[in-house]
Design a protein around this ligand. Structure first.
Ligand code: F6R
Length: 234
């Protein structure tokens, strides 16, 4: 893993943007995308750029179960607000949180990922070390699946909702096995709350208790962390 320490989110976002640009110039066609606060400044950089996404495909990591894409708390809505409305893609895939048959939706999402291998994957990391919504204890072998969100994740995400009771308890998430198939992975981590997880991911043992530690087995991962998130690194 290559680790780049930056002063703040803006500096990190600019580096992630340069990596994306380079990947697209090198022929990358399919992007794996994340939501949450971590990639917001990165998406701002993308929106302000002259990069053309009209031939690009995006596949997001996850979506809450029970939320329609038009719901302002859904991840589809988030992506539209932060990126898709400004930068039209050829196609944008996210799991359908309103699918009546979740098992069928999970299979369908796997088939989408299989037909569009991810060239460039953006990741954030949870304070508990999750990537996507692959919570601690998730098998490294898993592909797309329905997740019961960890209590700590529900609490962490409550900041985006009116109160904690409104945070969905389940999500559909791309699995670790699929994330690991991406050709290039750029993980950003900002803030002290991520410091333990960042240390475990980079310097700890590879364990399903800290899902992001699996990235040590991938040969093209760049971690962009601010000083607070990197502060426990040797
Ligand atoms: C989002 C996702 C999550 C977040 C993580 C960090 O699509 O898959 O793994 O990247 O929870 O969230 P933030 O960036 O809000 O701290």
């Amino acid at each position: 893993m290559k680790v780049i320490t930056v002063k703040n989110q803006l500096e990190g976002a600019k580096i992630a943007f340069d990596l994306l640009k380079e990947a697209m110039e090198g022929g990358s066609k399919t992007l794996g995308l994340a939501t949450g606060s971590t990639p917001v400044e990165f998406y701002n950089q993308v929106v302000q750029s002259d990069l053309d996404f009209s031939e690009m495909i995006s596949i997001n990591l996850d979506e809450y179960v029970g939320l329609d894409g038009s719901d302002d708390q859904s991840y589809r809505y988030f992506m539209e607000q932060h990126l898709f409305n400004e930068k039209p893609f050829k196609e944008n895939f996210l799991p359908d949180g309103k699918a009546t048959d979740l098992l069928a939706e999970v299979k369908h999402y796997d088939s989408i990922i299989d037909s569009h291998p991810i060239d460039f994957q953006i990741l954030g990391i949870g304070a508990n070390g999750h990537i996507g919504f692959n919570e601690p204890g998730t098998s490294f072998e898993v592909t797309t699946h329905v997740v019961d969100l960890a209590e700590s994740t529900i609490q962490a995400n409550a900041r985006f909702f009116e109160d904690e009771s409104q945070v969905p308890r389940q999500a559909i998430s791309m699995g670790i096995a699929s994330i690991m198939k991406s050709k290039e992975i750029v993980l950003m981590a900002y803030g002290e709350a991520k410091a333990e997880a960042v240390k475990g991911m980079i310097e700890g043992e590879i364990t399903e208790s800290l899902p992001a530690s699996v990235l040590q087995k991938h040969d093209n991962v760049i971690v962009i962390a601010d000083e607070a998130a990197a502060k426990l690194l040797k």
